[in-house]
Design a protein around this ligand. Structure first.
Ligand SMILES: Nc1ncnc2c1ncn2[C@@H]1O[C@H](COP(=O)(O)OP(=O)(O)OP(=O)(O)O)[C@@H](O)[C@H]1O
Ligand SMILES: [Mg+2]
Length: 361
């Protein structure tokens, strides 16, 4: 297996008679051998473009792609030993599923019996055994997606590139395929980039996540680092379900004033000069109901939703325009309009510069 690096990778699409589109704006990324890196970002941020450049399906505008110490730029796709499963499947319609899976292997001159064995083994793992003699035309989109995934895996490539590999599967199949994918990736040690806009998928599968926006990587880190220490407002807001509470305010004597009536202490260890405009970020599970003597804020319940193992309370804070969401323990029951006193967990409160959006630490 090989490690991979992207160095200042850029892509601008030139289109006749229409403005250029710069999809990727200088990406730097190191993926150590055997790592599964999740590339997470909203639609149109340049994820597929990045993968297509690595696979050799799209020319780079600038920068380098290095796999196992060797530059891939300029090499045709078939000389890169990169396994790909893209959204559009790219299966060969006249061939059966079995032949589709075997295609890349046979073309490389692998032993026929060995090819058959590896195809059957992979089909079993991805639950395709019953479909081996079917043609792609008759398959559902979920089935085609699993064939595309199996085909990428069966080649035992240096690097595996997966673009939304589970998006067409139903919920039950997504769970099993996700688990099998993780196990295979780990057992076989593939260096993998998995593109997704689904944070749950990225968090459950990835060793590290790169969060991307407008062709720029915003933060790279383990799922915990991304969740616990977001580098900026975009990452804080994009990752987390239910979403983080973001409240604008102004720093005043070691605290952030959210309104005339409401102020919260700055997080421990954070020093910000008075007068600075900031945004306070606190996740619903870090909004704590507290006895009046220990509380920093007063509010009232707008809506309370009891869920299976917890509750979610939408709260109005005194003098603050925006409502916030608090996650509550299962034994807590709140009524609409009930008065509450609360505080934000000081170790898990984030402060961002209102102008730049960058985290202040
Ligand atoms: N062949 C192309 N020609 C011109 N513009 C393109 C082309 N392919 C992609 N783009 C543009 O480049 C930008 C990035 O597209 P890309 O497909 O890489 O995004 P993405 O992150 O994969 O989005 P999604 O989650 O919707 O798949 C978008 O603005 C898109 O419209
Ligand atoms: Mg895409």
């Amino acid at each position: 297996m090989a490690d991979m690096a992207l160095r200042e990778l850029r892509k601008t699409y030139h289109r006749k008679g229409r403005p250029d589109v710069t999809a990727v704006r200088g990406i730097d990324l190191e993926v150590p051998s055997g790592e599964l890196l999740g590339l997470l970002g909203p639609s149109g941020c340049g994820k597929s473009t990045t993968l297509r450049m690595i696979a050799g399906l799209e020319e780079v505008t600038g920068g380098d792609i290095v796999v196992g110490g060797k530059s891939m730029v300029g090499l045709p796709p078939q000389r890169r030993n990169i396994g790909v499963a893209f959204e559009n499947y790219a299966l060969y319609p006249p061939l059966t599923v079995r032949e589709n899976l075997a295609f890349g292997l046979s073309a490389r001159g692998a032993d026929k019996r060995e090819v058959a064995r590896r195809v059957e083994d992979m089909a079993r793992r991805i639950e395709l055994t019953d479909l081996l003699d079917a043609k792609p035309g008759g398959l559902s989109s979920g089935q085609k997606q699993r064939v595309a995934l199996a085909r990428a895996l069966v080649r035992r490539p240096d690097v595996l590139l997966l673009d939304e590999p589970l998006s067409h599967l139903d919920a039950a199949q997504r769970d099993t395929t996700r688990r099998e994918l993780k196990r295979l990736q780990r057992d076989l040690g593939y260096t993998t980039i998995l593109v997704t806009h689904d944070q749950e998928e990225a968090i459950s599968l990835a060793d590290r996540i790169a969060v991307m926006k407008d062709g720029v990587i915003q933060q790279i880190g383990t799922p915990d680092e991304i969740y616990d220490r977001p580098a900026n407002l975009f990452v804080a807001d994009f990752v987390g379900e239910p979403v983080i509470n973001l409240l604008p305010g102004r720093v005043d004597g070691g605290a952030v004033r959210l309104s005339e009536a409401a102020r919260v202490p700055l997080p421990e260890g954070v020093r910000v000069p008075d007068g600075r405009e900031v945004v306070v970020g606190v996740r619903p599970e870090d909004v704590l109901l507290a006895a009046e003597t220990e509380a920093d804020l007063r509010g009232a319940v707008v809506v309370y939703e009891p869920l299976l193992e917890l509750g979610l309370a939408t709260l109005r804070l005194e003098g603050v325009d925006k409502t916030i969401v608090a996650q509550t323990a299962p034994e807590v029951r709140l009524d609409a309009d009930e008065a509450v006193t609360l505080r934000f967990d000081p170790h898990r409160t984030h402060v961002f510069d209102a102008e730049t959006g960058e985290a202040i630490r």
